[in-house]
Design a protein around this ligand. Structure first.
Ligand SMILES: NC(=O)c1ccc[n+]([C@@H]2O[C@H](COP(=O)([O-])OP(=O)(O)OC[C@H]3O[C@@H](n4cnc5c(N)ncnc54)[C@H](O)[C@@H]3O)[C@@H](O)[C@H]2O)c1
Length: 328
């Protein structure tokens, strides 16, 4: 299917990711069908999208009429059949469970338009395994958005073993067209690109904390105010080139034997989870999280991210040849 044949988008799942993904496509002018098995979540979706717009409007990155137009483009569907009839491209953002996702695809396949493309927003499940039971497995691929999807530009477009290369390119171009900064993941590896990089760092961060080498605050601080501060503009491989590859090789020779290389979650993480300290939802994890602090951090996070994205990431993405990245 050519990009210009895609006029209508379906989003399956209206939770944390699904409602934001619907917002992206509706903001870009596409008609969007949205469905969630939980009626309360579905009914709450438009209110959540209106809330998402507040920070864009405060920062003059959107006008109230943009919010209203976005909301008008979204149709809440009463069933998966209603979702499937019409869209040429359907993104699934439901619970992270291979069996539940596969069952939903089988239902979708029965009611979708004959040439529709399906994508999954899975964080970690193999795209090839997810598409295995589909008749249209050549029109199935991964589109991994980052949370919050309506704010963060990157989308990993993931090719499964059966994905048709032309479908892969169409979806890549669609993501750029709606203002995202897509990347091509050419092989279906666990964690794709971003989660492999991110969790390699989290494994080390948790290990440093567990060994009392520094406090959680100081470990986070060295990322936020140290090497992490340059990351919106310059990636690790560019930084390695700037530092010099001889130096990089020498550091790796010396340092690698000392880095965390466990193949299991850290005992400290297991202990926190076992004690019910599972993070913000429980009110505590590595930090204490009273509800007011959670609200404040999330609001500030979105405002800070939007400022960074519009002032720094857009020029960097333009430099990388991705003109629409970061713009909505
Ligand atoms: N939360 C994140 O930071 C994040 C980031 C990237 C990718 N993802 C992935 O996105 C997907 C969704 O995650 P989320 O955080 O939005 O979860 P969520 O729990 O907020 O939302 C999932 C929604 O799916 C609905 N649902 C479950 N089964 C369904 C079905 N059969 N049909 C229709 N709706 C159904 C649920 O009612 C729920 O509202 C997962 O695959 C997750 O791994 C999450």
């Amino acid at each position: 299917m050519e990009l210009n044949e895609i006029k209508h988008i379906g989003v399956l799942g209206a939770g944390l990711m699904g409602h934001g993904i619907a917002q992206i496509f509706a903001s870009a002018g596409y008609d969007v069908n949205l469905y969630d098995a939980d009626p309360a979540t579905l009914q709450a979706a438009k209110g959540r999208i209106a809330d998402n717009f507040k920070v864009f409007i405060e920062l003059a990155l959107a006008r109230p009429e943009d919010r209203d137009r976005c909301l008008e483009q979204i149709r809440l569907c009463p069933s998966i059949e209603a979702l499937g009839s019409g869209p040429q491209f359907v993104i699934e953002a439901i619970v992270e469970d291979l069996e539940i996702k596969s069952k939903a695809y089988a239902e979708l396949e029965r009611c979708a338009t004959p040439d529709a493309i399906f994508a999954s927003n899975t964080s970690a499940i193999s795209i090839t395994a997810l598409g295995a039971a589909l008749k249209i497995k050549h029109r199935f691929l991964g589109t991994h958005f980052w949370n919050p999807p309506h704010v963060l530009p990157c989308v990993e477009v993931i090719k499964g073993a059966d994905t048709d290369p032309a479908v892969f390119e169409t979806v890549y171009t669609l993501m750029a067209k709606v203002g995202k900064a897509p990347v091509r993941v050419l092989k279906d590896v666990p964690g794709f690109l971003g989660n492999r990089l991110q969790h390699a760092m989290w494994r080390e961060a948790i290990s440093l904390c567990e060994k009392n080498i520094a406090s959680a605050e100081d470990i986070d601080k060295v990322v936020k105010y140290g090497f992490g501060a340059r990351m919106p503009f310059i990636g690790p491989l560019e930084t390695a080139d700037l530092a010099g590859l001889g130096l990089t090789r020498d550091i790796h020779r010396y340092l690698f034997p000392f880095l965390e290389s466990s193949r299991q979650p850290s005992p400290a993480l297991e202990d926190l989870v076992a004690a019910g300290a599972t993070g913000v939802r429980a009110g505590r994890g590595f930090y204490e999280w009273p509800p007011e602090k959670v609200r404040q951090v999330i609001q500030q996070r979105d405002a800070v991210l939007l400022r960074i994205i519009h002032q720094i990431v857009s020029p960097a993405a333009d430099r990388d040849g991705n003109e629409s990245a970061g713009k909505r």
